[in-house]
Design a protein around this ligand. Sequence first.
Ligand code: NAG
Ligand code: NAG
Ligand code: NAG
Length: 544
Amino acid sequence: MRSSQFILLLLFSIGSPLLFSIRDSILALKTPLEQSRVEILLDKTDQNYCIPSGMISDACCDFETVEKINNDLTPRLRELSKTKFFKYYKLKLYKECPFWKEYGMCVNQACAVETTDESNVPEMWRSDVLGALQTSQAGTFFQPFKKCEYTDQDFCVVEDESDSEGVFVNLLDNPERFTGYAGASASRVWKSIYEENCFNIIPPINNNQFNNNHFASSSTGKQLGNILQNVARRSDPTDNEEICFEKRVYYRLISGLHSSISIHICNEYLNQTTGQWGPNLECFITRVASHPERLQNVYFNYIVLLRAISKAADYLNGYEFCTGDKNQDLQVKAMVSELLNVARSCPETFDEKQMFASPESRLLKEEFKARFRNVSRIMDCVGCDKCRLWGKLQISGLGTALKVLFSYDDEYLNPKVNPNLLTRTEIVALFNTFNRVSESLSAIEHFRHVYQESIRGNDKQINNEESSKVEIETDTKSHESSTTKNTTNRQVDSLSEEYQFIIKAIISTKNILSSYVINFYQTIIRQLEYWNIPVPVLLKSITS
Ligand SMILES: *[C@@H]1O[C@H](CO)[C@@H](O)[C@H](O)[C@H]1NC(C)=O
Ligand SMILES: *[C@@H]1O[C@H](CO)[C@@H](O)[C@H](O)[C@H]1NC(C)=O
Ligand SMILES: *[C@@H]1O[C@H](CO)[C@@H](O)[C@H](O)[C@H]1NC(C)=O
């Protein structure tokens, strides 16, 4: 007998039991694969799962503390971001991309940014007024020679409110959400940030990996391929011991920002069938939750921002929030002050003094700054206006936090002695960014509930399936091969997509029968072993 015939025979003889044993083991052991997601998503009060739990890497605070603080801070930040002072942001939205030719995506309506005419904003913020102040050198209130894009203290290119090329944007009119911005343009931005501006922490990325862009993810149903990739790539690039603390922090900030942006998009996703906006669980799982380190980095960004705000608390308490409306200004001042009290009452979350502590790290600090500034320039290359707006704002917010943490000593942050350390745009960016990351944490909590509900739904389905299984199996015995296909199909439909894929692949492979079959089964075995799913003995025996 030729070997191919032998394999053919072998497969036919063990084919259907094999099929069932695989299906059963997948059904019964549904959990291991899901567990990696469940870990992150499960409600803590349920089943005692405390994940994410424990200390956040490179921080001095745990997940639980952060979630507790956030429950208190979210509503405050939300309210604050609606005030006149904080909802208007001025930026140069239409700068040219300095690194490559970017043609943009003006055609997409969802990407459009609605700008606000200067006549709608308080007079004192208008560029002609600010410009006049600058040329008359009226005191130091508006740093007279702010012609450079940044100063030595800055970690990003700072938006200049007196620049007549800038546009005012009412952030409330332009919510950060799904836009459909995708493909090569979005990939290129993140690729150049990670590959060329991230201290070579992660190895070169192949293009496919980034083709599902991260500004506006669009996960479309059949995502097994992605999930496999994601699960396989779960290792945290910062696990490498050779990477120093400062570089790890840098990477976490970028990755956390990236993940936080993904969460915003998944949380306000457009259901293209119904035209309604709402959370998209699958998007969240594929983009973020299946990568524990990405999720962790969102928390990391939160604590860095929180620490910066606490550190600058005295300065911010002394700051005049001027919009021209006395009552509102006092109200904003009171809101900020309460928020700062909450932030300050928290235990220590991040110890910035550990960074750049050694004399040799002076150079490293300069490099850190230069790279972060470069990232803020790369944001000008984002092809979708709305994504660019939020990308620029959040990079500025993080840049401001870094400036507070690393450019000024505590004593220096004194509003009486140094009233002009931060500009209005920086303060607006800082609080709005904190608000966005805070919304991300709330969204994570919400997704946890949605996920549990979806599991409960699935369990019901599977239980129903179990009861009809007996019947089907008796059926199977009488006319083996023909019904196998039918019953399998029926069962397959109720399984989740991933398992469907595996089972369908097995069915079709069984029919194709080539020398690749063994290889294919071996791959499956490896994958099952990787997921810690016990491999059916039969499956093992044909490949050994
Ligand atoms: C800034 O980023 C661009 C695009 O990734 C890169 O080509 C360039 O080398 C970077 N410049 C610096 C100074 O890091
Ligand atoms: C869109 O809405 C429909 C109807 O409510 C729902 O069946 C479908 O699953 C939704 N799609 C996504 C991607 O959420
Ligand atoms: C599959 O089931 C249908 C009835 O549901 C039956 O008519 C058909 O003959 C079955 N196909 C095979 C291949 O057994």
